[in-house]
Design a binder for this molecule. Structure first.
Ligand code: NAD
Length: 258
């Protein structure tokens, strides 16, 4: 039960995109455990409601909002709902994302490229665009954007995904410079192979596919969503107050030497 946990973020409000599943759900739960009220914005309304239910069942406060992060109007409406419910924004985890099937560049369909970049890159831009003024209204805040090992290394058959995740890091650093002196800290997290529904789809979920992706991990296993959530919580903490524009790789050693 969250009731037994310290309330480090009591009275504070967190916005988590892609909070219906995987890394986003684990992070929404972690914010709630610390005492923050959490708005879960996701294209999957049922999934967002389930995260809301999990948080409330454990004694936390949450609001599920259906939101397609690639649509400006949806992102603005989700943050309007957050302000209506809780009155302020302190933390944002811009995490919603989609994977790319292994496809050589010349065979990537134009529409698939637009969709992936629209969600993974434009989605993060739109979130920051509407989050930052709300944070400035309360004297500051912290943003963490989800990049990937594929944001710092290059992966065969992943041109669209790599472009989006490299782009997230560039956008994170540029935005961090824009707002560093205004008490809005912006950083990125770069997960390695994490055991989530996305990784199940990517690996095919069968033992053979799982072994193939685990073989990329020097640590010899997949990461847990909670291990990314804990990095996000640290980036949002006062202890990380001097972290600005950093891309924090949390990957079991996957990208060492790349
Ligand atoms: P997941 O598929 O379990 O969760 C992704 C969430 O994003 C889902 O809840 C989905 O409904 C939501 N989503 C998808 N499109 C959306 C849209 N247009 N608008 C709003 N929400 C949308 O995946 P995950 O593994 O938890 O991934 C979370 C993030 O971490 C993604 O950005 C992903 O690229 C990144 N990542 C994952 C891994 C991994 O190994 N799992 C590794 C590196 C980076």
């Amino acid at each position: 039960m969250f009731d037994h946990e310290p309330s480090r973020y009591a009275g504070k409000v967190a916005f988590v995109t892609g909070g219906s599943s995987g890394i986003g759900r684990a992070t929404a739960l972690a914010f709630a455990r610390q005492g923050a009220s959490v708005v879960i914005a996701d294209i999957s309304e049922d999934g967002a409601r389930e995260t809301e239910r999990l948080i409330e069942a454990a004694g936390g406060k949450a609001l599920a909002v259906r939101c397609d992060v690639s649509r400006s109007g949806d992102v603005k409406a989700a943050l309007d709902a957050l302000i209506k419910a809780y009155g302020r924004l302190d933390f944002a985890f811009n995490n919603a994302g989609v994977e790319q099937e292994l496809t050589p560049t010349s065979e990537i369909d134009d529409a698939d490229w637009e969709r992936l970049i629209g969600i993974n890159l434009r989605g993060v831009f739109l979130c920051m665009k509407y989050e930052i003024p709300l944070m400035l209204n309360v004297g500051g805040g912290v943003i963490v954007n989800t990049s990937s090992g594929a944001g710092v290394a290059d992966v065969r058959g992943q041109a669209a995904y790599c472009a989006s995740k490299h782009g997230v890091i560039g956008m994170t650093k540029a935005t961090a410079l824009d707002y560093a002196d205004k008490n809005v800290r912006v950083n990125a997290v770069c997960p390695g192979i994490i055991e989530t529904p996305m990784m199940d789809r990517f690996s095919g979920g069968a033992p053979e596919g799982r072994e193939r992706v685990i073989a990329q991990e020097p640590i010899g296993r997949m990461g847990k969503p909670e291990e990314i959530a804990s990095a996000v919580m640290w980036l949002c903490s006062e202890g990380a107050g001097f972290m600005v524009g950093h891309a924090l790789v949390v990957d079991g050693g996957q990208t060492i030497g790349i």
